[in-house]
Design a protein around this ligand. Structure first.
Ligand SMILES: CCCCCCCCCCCCCCCC(=O)SCCNC(=O)CCNC(=O)[C@H](O)C(C)(C)COP(=O)(O)OP(=O)(O)OC[C@H]1O[C@@H](n2cnc3c(N)ncnc32)[C@H](O)[C@@H]1OP(=O)(O)O
Length: 256
């Protein structure tokens, strides 16, 4: 369901971008979408394709790869078993796995002065490492009923800060990503306005932790999120954070 919603969002955004930039126009099949960037928990979205840009299906990085540790796999299997299954099984299950690609918009203008070369090479920060297991390995599960996300995060060796532990900026990044995913689901296109982080205990490099992200308050364009990073068994608190996200227009993103 969420995958379809994200696809519809990407599709709608792509159409708007392409309308602004007719010289890159391509044929996009017709699709029934909700209003532009208007995610709604109760809406029923219907799309006839899985990827709006071409017949090429991008790699979904939220699926297991050989670098995932047994603990990562155990948690993945656990949350996956609580999910809606493709084809209708457990359709009432509140959890969905969120797919994750290394680009959000293929033709995003990305501000006013992004060159074609930069556009072509642009990649999502958390998905830009070719070597599996070297940096951010993660999968985000969304609970639609509880309006929360849980991310299973395995921190690779390139994320070192203090010797043997994860860099605080990398922790901030995964928190921003998980909270950003939740707020995108709740509020459409968003940007982080404020992130306040308390680092309570260091995260060992290579370990698997859980990043929980929960809606605290939603007031017009403002979405307030509470986050906790814990050890995989929940016994140790590593990090706490609050994030303020603001719904934005597509024009804000592309410098219009
Ligand atoms: C398209 C396909 C998508 C597919 C999707 C798939 C999901 C895949 C997930 C990936 C997840 C990645 C997640 C990365 C998320 C980033 O990393 S975003 C990058 C980092 N953030 C930025 O660069 C943002 C830079 N800042 C800005 O652009 C602007 O300041 C903002 C945040 C958009 C706000 O500007 P604005 O819209 O003009 O808002 P403004 O009118 O100033 O303020 C509105 C209200 O908010 C309040 N406010 C604004 N800023 C603040 C603040 N910092 N603190 C407190 N209050 C504030 C104001 O006081 C005002 O309040 P009221 O007066 O209404 O009560």
């Amino acid at each position: 369901m969420f995958r379809r919603a994200v696809t519809a969002l990407c599709y709608t955004a792509a159409r708007a971008l392409l309308a602004l930039r007719p010289h890159v126009h391509r044929h996009l099949p017709s699709v029934r979408t909700a209003p532009l960037l208007g995610f709604n928990l109760d809406s029923r979205w219907s799309v006839t394709m899985t990827w709006p840009f071409s017949s090429f299906q991008p790699h979904d990085y939220s699926l297991p790869n050989p670098s995932w540790s047994p603990e990562m796999m155990r948690l993945y299997d656990h949350y996956n078993s609580l999910c809606e299954q493709e084809g209708g099984g457990k359709s009432k299950a509140p959890w969905v796995r969120m797919p994750s690609y290394n680009r959000l918009l293929k033709y995003a203008k990305g501000g006013q002065c992004l060159s074609k070369m930069v556009q072509a090479k642009a990649r999502l920060f958390t998905r830009n490492m070719k070597e599996e297991g070297a940096s951010f390995e993660y999968v985000v599960f969304l609970n639609k009923q509880e309006k929360m996300c849980t991310c299973i995060f395995q921190a690779g060796h390139l994320l070192e800060g203090p010797p043997g532990y994860v860099h605080g900026g990398a922790i901030a990044t995964i928190i921003d990503t998980v909270a950003g995913a939740l707020t995108t689901y709740l509020g459409g296109l968003v940007m982080t306005a404020n992130l306040t982080i308390n680092y309570r205990s260091p995260i060992p490099l290579g370990s698997v932790v859980l990043v929980h992200s929960l809606l605290e308050k939603m007031e017009e364009r403002k979405i307030l999120i509470f986050c906790q990073v814990t050890s995989s068994d929940g016994s140790k608190l590593h990090t706490e954070a609050t994030g303020l996200f603001l719904s934005i227009s597509l024009g804000h993103l592309i410098g219009g």
